[in-house]
Ligand binder design. Structure first.
Ligand code: HEC
Length: 144
């Protein structure tokens, strides 16, 4: 009887130890989320742009313009870089709504500008080419 209980205890111990090892192994082999311009751009967007342009890029009527299929978002990369680096206070009309609030300059690195513009140009139904760090660098140097 004593040995019976002992062997059961030993069995439980071995089983729990091996399943513990499984947990560790599962953790080790969990796929790491790969960092891409889109995943990094989403992080920048959430922190810097979302408060005004909203989570789905639809903006706030008559306050902050939408970022969905606008001529700015899909258009000139030079203008986009300028909007982020210098801020924007031109007044825009999008779908019959007027926006005259100023957009403050965004304190972002070249990498962040490249990532967030690539994200915006390929989210919310937008489809446009990526903006590389090299392009941001070149376009920024023309601004000064
Ligand atoms: C404080 C609010 C605010 C923040 C933060 C902000 N914007 Fe804006 N954004 C505006 C406003 C207001 C305008 C319109 C300015 C005007 O009418 O001249 C605008 C205009 C734009 C435009 C051009 C018009 C359009 O809708 O296509 C783009 C592109 C843009 N913002 C992208 C961004 C991105 C990307 C970020 C984050 C890095 C950002 N904005 C952060 C308020 C903001």
């Amino acid at each position: 009887m004593k040995y019976f209980i002992l062997s059961i205890l030993l069995g439980v111990l071995i089983i729990s130890f091996s399943s513990f090892r499984d947990v560790i192994e599962i953790k080790k082999s969990a796929p790491q989320q790969k960092s891409t311009p889109m995943t990094r751009g989403k992080v920048v967007y959430t922190q810097y742009c979302m408060p005004c342009h909203q989570v789905d890029g639809s903006g706030v009527p008559n306050l902050n313009p939408p970022l969905i299929n606008t001529s700015y978002v899909l258009g000139s990369k030079a203008t986009l870089v300028q909007i982020l680096v210098k801020g924007f206070n031109k007044g825009v009309e999008i779908d019959g709504d007027f926006y005259s609030n100023p957009m403050p300059a965004q304190a972002l690195s070249d990498q962040q500008v490249s990532d967030v513009l690539t994200f915006v140009r390929n989210s919310f139904g937008n489809k446009a080419t990526a903006v590389t760090v090299a392009e941001v660098k070149a376009l920024k140097s023309k601004l000064k």
